[in-house]
Write a protein that binds this ligand. Structure first.
Ligand code: ATP
Length: 336
């Protein structure tokens, strides 16, 4: 192995830079050159690349975003796109390919493998934490920290004014950011894809819960965490619907893309560093078609296809804790 390529692809996640750095420094230790294609698969198609050495990755691990940029590429998804990408990798004499991204990016890696014979390793980089085969994905911990910070601030104002807030967080297919930020902030209610799927909450049920909380606690704030795409019209519409039925103000707050930025947490920097090193070691040992992951604090690998075909289950224990900790109806019954 003389030269490897690395891309960051799909939605950016805090810690991607730390992973790129770890790949470059590890490769350099083995005398392997690293080429970074810019803008994900698009850069492989357009030959937009930079050589990455120790000096290019110095002092980047504390920054979010990605120095080699990320993007989505429709053209790459076609057979022609896959073939062209493979030809370009060969033209650059690339002996190994590392893709840092989410499930879409790994499907892309699988697509590339149909046309390119070299080793391909995935590194889980997505704030959603929705990849099977690793306890955490790079960026998830930082996104939760950011959501928690915002939720704490919203609680301050909600409590001062006795308001209901509906805070929309990212995670349209997986409720990891939702449940973790809700738990970390003691939110009264959460609307997660995993729960909505089986037993969708209704406006009636939410009104009943909010009224129950007010009966038990008197004047108080009420903060609900809503995962994006889980309510028609999102937090704005839900706030309107609740306000129509309740006697106090309900306010929406959309956290949006702030969840992708900010200084990566120590957890994300360390995870990204371990996984970046692991990815290079896997290429050196002849592995291909797997994602580098960490499970129960041990390095592991998972076939790329399993990472999206198998569903990583949101812990029922966490769901139970959150639902048990605030159930005003039960409390009333207890008092009686
Ligand atoms: P995130 O979930 O954090 O946004 P992601 O990696 O899932 O990240 P996507 O936008 O789904 O992001 O995918 C990134 C890129 O991977 C796509 O723009 C496309 O180039 C490639 N890709 C995705 N799905 C496929 C597929 N089925 N076949 C080939 N390439 C794909």
């Amino acid at each position: 192995i003389n030269r490897i390529a690395v891309i960051t692809s799909g939605g950016d996640a805090p810690g991607m830079n730390a992973a790129v750095r770890a790949v470059v420094l590890t490769a350099e230790n083995y005398g392997i050159e690293v080429v970074g294609f810019r803008h994900g698969y698009e850069g492989v198609l357009t030959n937009d690349y930079i050589k990455l050495g120790r000096e290019s990755v110095e002092h980047i691990l504390q920054y979010s975003g990605t120095i080699i940029k990320s993007a989505r590429s429709e053209r790459f998804k076609t057979d022609d796109g896959g073939r062209e990408a493979a030809e370009n990798l060969d033209a650059h004499q690339i002996d190994g390919f590392i893709v840092i991204g989410g499930d879409g990016s790994f499907r892309g890696a699988d697509h590339l493998a149909k046309f390119w014979q070299g080793p391909i390793i995935g590194v889980p980089g997505t704030i959603d934490n929705d990849l099977y085969g690793t306890d955490n994905t790079i960026g998830y911990d930082t996104a939760v920290e950011t959501a928690m910070d915002a939720l704490d601030k919203i609680r301050d104002t909600a409590e001062a004014m006795d308001r209901v807030f509906i805070v929309e967080v990212m995670g349209r297919n997986a409720g990891y950011i939702g449940i973790s930020s809700a738990m970390a902030c003691g939110s009264e209610r959460m609307i997660l894809p995993e729960l909505q799927k089986d037993k969708p909450l209704t406006v009636d049920a939410l009104v009943k819960h909010i009224e129950g909380v007010h009966r038990v606690r008197g004047d108080s704030s009420y903060v609900m965490v809503l995962c994006e795409n889980q309510w028609p019209g999102g937090a704005v519409r839900l706030a309107e619907q609740l306000e129509d039925r309740l006697n106090f103000p309900c306010r929406p707050c959309l956290l949006g893309h702030v969840q992708r930025g900010g200084r990566p947490t120590a957890m994300d920097r360390i995870l990204a560093t371990r996984l970046g090193v692991h990815a290079v070691e896997l290429i050196r040992s002849g592995e291909t078609g797997v994602m580098a992951g960490i499970s129960r604090n041990e390095l592991c690998t998972t076939p790329l296809q399993d990472t999206w075909m198998q569903r990583k289950q949101l812990s029922q224990e966490l769901i139970d804790i959150q639902t048990k900790l605030f159930n005003p109806v039960k409390k009333e019954r207890h008092k009686a």
